[in-house]
Design a protein around this ligand. Sequence first.
Ligand SMILES: Cc1ncc(COP(=O)(O)O)c(C=O)c1O
Length: 456
Amino acid sequence: MTLADIPATPGHPPVAVDAPPVDAADDLTVWPHSTTRLAHGDLAVGGVPLTAIADRFGTPAYLLDEADVRERCRTYLHAFPDTDVLYAAKAFLCRAMAHWVAEEGLGLDVCSAGELELAVTTGFPAARIVLHGNAKSPEDLRSALRLGVGRIVIDSASEIARLAAAVPSGSRQKVLVRVVPGIAAGGHSKIQTGTDDQKFGLSITDGSAQHAIARILDQPGLELVGLHCHLGSQITSDKPYLCAVRRLVGLMARIKDHHGITLPELDLGGGHGIAYRPGEDALDITTLARKVRVELTESCAAAGLAVPRLVVEPGRAIVGPAGVALYRVLSVKRTSDRTFVAVDGGMSDNPRPALYGVRYLPRLIGRRSTAACAPVTVVGRHCEAGDVLATDIQLPADTRPGDLLAVPVAGAYHLSMASGYNLVGRPPVVAVADGHARLLVRRESLEDFRSRDVGL
Ligand SMILES: Cc1ncc(COP(=O)(O)O)c(C=O)c1O
């Protein structure tokens, strides 16, 4: 949709005169580092005005600041020396993203044959890829073995025999075991994966992890190289990670005692929390890395173990803050309690608010309003009352159909979780760098829907 499609309507009367002025919300701390202010209320990201992106590619649209992604990859490599940093593709994957991550020297965490094939066919070295999944399909395992992924992370007891049987005779597949350390951490109960009452991994507490390890060691086709855990997502404290190091090193010590082997790798997963709105907590990567290294060294020394190679798997913290979503306002509705500003996207491109109650901070771009700010709820266009992007945020009281809203911190778990709901079509992804914009993923069209729909 372009501006020309929406007639600008006369300004609505302000609904709250005592609200803070527009500039009070003019905080760019959660925006990509390259973001600059332009005239007429516009912003530029990667040197490209957001209004120009909306005009050229239509709305809704997502943009990714390439330099921002690359800089975050480098920050990780710098903060975590002597560590394998794997980008968690589930946060967002397209061919360009795979290239950037590969060029920056990271590995990749995938969890389906789809993610794996996309990465490998675009040139990502399979040896630097780790396959995850609590329920890997036969196709996932076949692709992983055929393409030669570096590691497969075993997540359930039933997977052991299945994988061992699929490994060609005479070869060995390196595997890790995903263990559940019994640690509650993460921004929402639905993204906490370190406790026993959820579907991922094998519990240390009930002995399932130890049992699985013994079975893996019996399989000649499998080479157990380490332990893995992923505590959850949007974790803003380093304490759970330090606790996980202690528990996993404790298990490694018991494995050494019982089986006489020292596992050479320890994968702590991802989950590093980021700020979605100014002032929110984020995990400091450098501090986390330093504390984890100290804890690992000390725990291993106390247990008489050689220090394993560390692996981390950040997704959100690499791509989340580098992304911006652009929407056009389609309607403004005032009820007795609220003002609803409805945009041309919503839960089909960003299901996170509906899933986890996450709230964003959209801002008006492309025109400088002199109206006072007023509290509004920004909603999507989908047929669910829960299709809400932001509740009670401040926008200029004259926000009207045709206006553009931009949502920062939109790079992770939006489009990778996008759906075909209401056949609205998934938005395009545009890379911005050095003042240029280029299309990475095109908009999903009506023709795409028609071509998949083959029956009558
Ligand atoms: C096994 C594993 N590793 C890494 C990640 C990445 O988490 P985040 O994007 O929060 O860093 C996830 C997310 O679900 C995961 O399941």
